[in-house]
Structures are given as C-alpha cells and as structure tokens.
Design a protein around this ligand. Structure first.
Ligand code: GLC
Length: 705
C-alpha cells in the first residue's frame, strides 16, 4: 500500500537492489557465518523436516534468498506471488486477502469480521474460514491474508471492521476458529503482529507498552491462534513496538513468537513499507519481505559480510520450505471453481448476517414488524438502497450480487407495501408519506468514505468522531418527528454513539457491514422470522469522552491495560450499550450456575455449568462467562470474558451451557518475575447476557502455587 512521498524510495530501492543476480561463475553457497541456531519449534513432522533438509542441501544462496521475498509490487491476476525454485520443484506462494472474503476476483462477500464478532459463534467462524479458503484456492491462492485479530482499542480505528472486537479472549477464540477452517485448504495468516490499532499513523507510529499490557491484552489472541490453531503464517504490522519496528523486533518475533510460543511457520512483513532492514530483520525473526525484494535487496551482501549467521538465514528459509511442504504446495491441488460464490456460501453469508445483527432497542414492541399484516412501511435513507459492504482497501470483496436493505424489505413485505425514499433529506411530501405509513425503517451509518484503510488519495482512515454524520442525525430527527414507529438501522464496522437520538426512536438495529445477503437478513429480523441474537463485541459509550483518548496523529503513543469494558468497569462509567449486550424477541431466565470443583490449583480447569430457561424465546442466547480475580498484588480488570456459548432455546425450554476455564488462563504477567503468575485466592465466576448483566455468580478458590 502506498504511503505519501515514498514511491520514489521504492523505485530507488528496486534499482539499487537489482535482481540479486550473481556474477557468472561466482561460487554461490551460503556463507558459513558462525552463530547459534535458533531452537527448533516443538511438534515438527520428521518427514517434512527431512525433505526440507534435502532441499536446503541442494539450494544455492540465490535459491535460498529467492524464498525470502515477494516477486513484485504488482499482484498477478489478483494474487501476490513469491518466487519458486523450479529446478528443485519448490513452488512460490500465491497470496490473496482478506478477512471478509477473497479479494482476487468475484467472491462471496461475507459480513465483516466485526459483524461475526457480534455473532459469538465459533462454529460459524470456522465455516466462514473454510468457505473463504475454498474460494481462495479456487482463485489460485494458497495463502489467505486473514484473520486480522488486532485489538479494537478504540472504536474510531479505521480498520475496526476487519477485527472481531475489543476483547482478547473473543479475538483469540474466533481467530483460532477462522484458522481451523481456512487451513483445511490454504495457509492462514494471523495479522498484524502486533499492537496495530491506529490507522492514520500506522506506517510510523511507535507504540509503547509495558510487559503486562503486551502480554495480557495485546498478545494472548495471537498466542492462541499460534498454539491452538497452529497458524501457518504471521504478518507483522507497520508500526513499531517499544522502539523497534515489529518487522525487526527480536522480542516480539524471535523471543516470544518463535522461541516461547514455538511458532513453526513463517513471518511475512506487511506490504511495501513494512520492512526497514534486511539482515537485522531476518536475525530478529522476519522471514519473508512482501510484496517484493525491497529492503531485502541488501540481504545477499549483508549475509556475505556475516551480518547474519548461517543458522539464522537457514531458519528463515527452512520455515518457508516447511510451510510449503506441510501444506502440500508442491503437490497438484484439486480445486473446484464452482465453490466461488456458490449457493452454499451465499447461504453461509446469510446465516452470518442473521446471527451478527444486534438489536439494541425495542420499545413498545416496535419489533417484530409483522410482514403479513398489510402494514405500510417506508424505507428511508441514502444507504437504504445501496449494498454497503465495507472498506475498499485491502479487505475489499466484489460479489456478483448483493441484497440492499430496501430490496430485502420489499421482497419480504411486498413491494406494494414498501415506499422507498433513497435520500437523507426529506421534503414535505416525504414527511407526509412517513406520517401516513405504519412504520419507517431509517438506514444510516458509515461507509468506506468514513472509515477504512489509510490509502493516500482516498478518504477513510481513522474516524474523527464516533457520532453519526450531522446529516444522518438530522434525518433520524425528521423521521422521528413524522413517523409513528421508527426503526433505525445502523451500518458500519464499529461503534457509533447514539445518545443524541436513541431515546427518540422505537427500535435500533446494528447491521454492521452485513455482506451480500445483508438486506435479506435484515428483513427477516425486522419481520421476526429470525430472532436477533447478535451481541456487541465492543462497548458503545454514552459519550466518546467516556473512553480513553484516541490519538491518531502522534507518532508515539502508549497502550496500557485499559480500554473498552475493562476501562469502563475500572472507572465505573455506565456505557450506553455494554460489551456483550443485545436484545432478542422473548425473554430468558438465568437459573443456575454450578462449579464442579471449587478448590483448584494453577494447572487445573474450572468446569462451570450454566442453566438458562426460556420464558417465550425461540432462538439462540449467547451465554457469557466472566471471571473476577481476587484482590492481589497488582491492579487487574474487574472482570474479563472467559467463555461464551451460543445455546438454542425453545419456549418454556431450558438449555445448559458448559464452560472449561483453565486456571492458567487467569494468570497475570509478573514483570518482576518475568513470568505468568496465578494469584491464589477466591475467584468469582459470573454468567449472564452481557458484561453488565451477570445475574449468576459462583466462587472457586485457587491454592497458592
Ligand atoms: C495492506 C494491509 C494488509 C494486507 C496487505 C496486502 O497494507 O495492511 O492487511 O494484507 O496490505 O494487501
């Protein structure tokens, strides 16, 4: 991606780097520079390693170096490629984005990751990971540049839509699910490692974090995706962390990711401006420069000057070869083009849209709005007639078709019952139509012009405010003054503050960027065919000032333990709509919680059972489990999400959710001891329907280590 004023540098780099060709006849063995070999990751497949050894033994230095960078600044048929070594049968990579579908050509446009975060549904996310991977493979790719699992530290972050929300546990669970599904067919890429939560300054900002904030908030989800899902690739971020660019940060890449976590795959840079050195970066743990040989043009010379040990160079090449062989890139791949935009994937996108939309307000039974009662509905707003799919940056997906809000509503309610006012400015005639109709559905929110990847020359980037535009707030006010029943639908990839108007309307639905089937899902939810079950993966404050400040201009920022619900709980500020919140049609009762064994050690697992009953609910409830640590040696979050389960309910039925919480996952990082510590004492487990509605509680004791 191009940053301002750097194009010339890129051209200069390409010219200076040349192509790494060797003078004729020069010996081309890798230099035998001394240096300790990095520890081998655990759990390797000996057969794969033997094949890697055999390839390395036959590779020239040019062959080895060719494996450590992309082939060029331009994608080839929509794919980012890396060199192969034809003589040895080593293929290059073929990479494509992104988190909401395949960018290389027409593909199914799923709801954005933030929407799927609201679904709180591991099985759904695994299915979407597999579907996107199938379409990626059908487009010729073997690497998908997803999932993005960066923390939504502040809702104004321009790329909020690409991640699953503000909570590390939710990010890790859904990121691991995506990878599990995707890696049945291609190599997945956990990105952007790490602490990438600002867009406007992303290329240059230095994020300072102490060890606790890094370990407890900004890394655990990456660790889970590495250890639990065994992701094949990790993409570094553009920013630096504690003074070192992430692409040349030995603490992040070598010490934590590779040595401590045992990551066995390869680390790639982010595009074009993600690298700042060659031997220094490889020694720190970067393996592949994308999308071209830029800074790595110096690698041969630096390696020959032993600025990099043979073992470090070998480790980088070994990781690339290991991943290629482990995922079968050297074998013929049977792909089925029919999977691209298949009916099954459209149905999955519809399922995701149904489960991700969040009902925030429903006064006076405004919803469901019966579709077969002859009601007249006005659908209003400039966004009501467009397919608002999200960012147009690297995560953009172009489906062949998409259902707009008004198309979905007209199909469900009958075109003769729906009046469409595709405008944000209403004249008297429009106001009269609103007054005469039974209900109004107002579609407002954000578009790629308001938020998205920071691409020079394009709007987007971080948001200056969390509020809707003045035009959208004025539209809501006008409709509220004219219509007897107002349902506001908010599209976008992140939180929108609503205090200025929310109490003046009957119902509010957050639809996110709902994907190609969003209009159908919205109509089904409004009509009551589908019971809303989405829950907020982020906090919506009363006022933006209630959140920690969002600095998207400085080039030096500090992150700590506090953001989102962790912050609001700490400072005891009531959010307008809390993390985990969402309404449904019909009520449930939280009836009982039980812990199998309430005296445990640090190596044990807490087994919790929660029983809920349906009063008159048909549909799913997302049962949430939060744990409150004992007062201890260090300040900690009041409570943290440590479990969620989507359970199906029938009227007057009951459902049981079972959770297993490893006590070790409740540890805090002790910077003095430089290790995780499980505080002894009494822990409280709470269960409920949001971070602020936790009617059930139980306690367990952890013995001193
Ligand atoms: C961009 C993004 C990254 C994306 C890559 C390739 O700069 O930061 O998420 O995968 O380029 O498009």
């Amino acid at each position: 991606m191009q940053a301002p004023g750097r194009g010339l540098v890129v051209v200069a780099l390409l010219v200076a780097a040349g192509c790494g060709d060797d003078p004729p006849g020069a010996p081309d063995a890798a230099p035998s520079c001394p240096g300790e070999a990095p520890p081998a990751p655990p759990g390797l497949d000996p057969a794969i390693e033997a094949r890697v050894d055999a390839l390395l033994a036959r590779m020239t230095l040019a062959d080895e170096l060719s494996q450590l960078h992309g082939s060029g600044l331009a994608a080839v048929d929509g794919l980012w490629v890396t060199p192969d070594v034809d003589a040895l049968g080593v293929p290059g990579f073929h990479m494509t984005d992104g988190p909401r579908g395949v960018t290389a050509g027409p593909s199914t446009a799923f709801p954005v990751a933030m929407a799927r975060g609201a679904a709180f549904d591991r099985a759904l996310e695994e299915a979407i990971g597999e579907a996107i991977a199938l379409e990626a493979a059908a487009h010729g790719a073997d690497v998908i540049l997803a999932p993005c699992i960066n923390v939504l530290r502040h809702p104004a972050w321009g790329r909020a839509q690409e991640t699953y929300g503000e909570d590390s546990y939710l990010l890790g669970e859904l990121g691991a699910a995506f990878v599990a599904g995707a890696q049945r067919h291609v190599i997945a890429t956990a990105k952007h490692f790490a602490a990438n939560s600002i867009e406007d300054t992303r290329f240059d900002v230095d994020v300072t974090l102490d060890e606790r904030a890094l370990r407890e908030v900004y890394l655990p989800h990456f660790e889970k995706v590495v250890k639990q899902a065994r992701v094949g690739a990790v993409m570094t971020a553009y920013n630096s962390v504690n003074g070192a660019y992430t692409s040349e940060n030995p603490v992040l890449l070598r010490q934590i990711l590779k040595d401590e976590w045992g990551f066995a795959g390869f680390v790639m840079s982010d595009w074009v401006f993600g690298t700042h050195s060659a031997a220094v970066a490889v020694a720190a743990g970067l393996d592949v420069e994308m999308p071209a040989e830029l800074a790595f043009g110096e690698l041969r010379a630096e390696a020959e000057r032993c600025e990099l040990s043979a073992a470090q160079l070998d480790d980088a090449v070994r990781r690339v070869l290991r991943t290629k062989l482990a995922f079968g890139l050297d074998a013929p791949r049977a792909v089925d083009p029919a999977v691209i935009e298949s009916e099954a994937h459209a149905a999955l996108a519809l399922r995701a849209a149904r489960r991700s939309m969040v009902l925030l307000r429903n006064e006076g039974g405004a919803l469901p709005l019966p579709a077969d009662a002859g009601l007249d509905v006005v659908v209003v707003g400039g966004l009501s007639g467009v397919a608002n799919l999200g960012d147009v940056g690297s995560s953009a997906v172009t489906p062949s078709r998409a259902v707009t809000p008004v198309a979905g509503i007209a199909a469900r309610y009958g075109a003769d019952r729906v009046t469409h006012l595709p405008t944000d400015v209403l004249d008297d005639a429009a106001l009269a139509q609103l007054a005469a109709a039974d209900a109004a559905v107002v579609v407002v929110g954000l578009t790629a012009d308001d938020e998205g990847e920071n691409i020079p020359g394009r709007p987007g980037g971080d948001r200056e405010t969390l509020a809707l535009s003045p035009a959208h707030e004025a539209l809501i006010a006008a409709v509220a003054a004219a219509s007897p029943r107002v349902i506001v639908v908010v599209e976008g990839g992140s939180a929108v503050t609503m205090s200025a108007w929310v109490d003046d309307v009957e119902a509010v639905v957050v639809a996110w960027y709902p994907g190609q089937e969003g209009g159908t899902a919205l109509a089904e939810l409004l009509a009551g065919d589908v019971n809303p079950s989405g829950r907020l993966p982020l906090s919506i404050p009363v006022d933006e000032a209630d959140l920690p400040p969002f600095d998207h201009t400085s080039l030096a920022v500090t992150y700590d333990l506090w953001h989102g619900y962790r912050w609001l709980d700490r400072v005891q500020i009531e959010p307008r709509f809390p993390f985990g919140f969402g309404l449904s049609y019909g009520d449930v009762t939280y009836e009982a919680i039980a812990i199998a064994d309430d005296t445990l050690g640090a190596g044990d697992v807490v087994e919790v059972t929660v029983t809920i009953g349906s009063v008159d609910r048909i549909g799913d409830e997302v049962v949430q489990l939060y744990v409150e640590p004992p007062p201890g040696a260090a300040e900690r979050a009041v409570r943290e999400l440590r479990g969620f389960a989507r359970v199906a309910l029938t009227p007057a039925g009951t459902a049981t959710a079972r959770f297993e919480v490893p006590v070790a996952s409740l540890a805090r990082w002790d910077a003095d001891a430089d290790r995780w510590v499980v505080d002894p004492g009494s822990y409280v487990v709470r269960a409920g329907s949001s971070s602020r509605s936790l009617p059930l509680a139980a306690t367990f004791a952890v013995a001193a280590e």
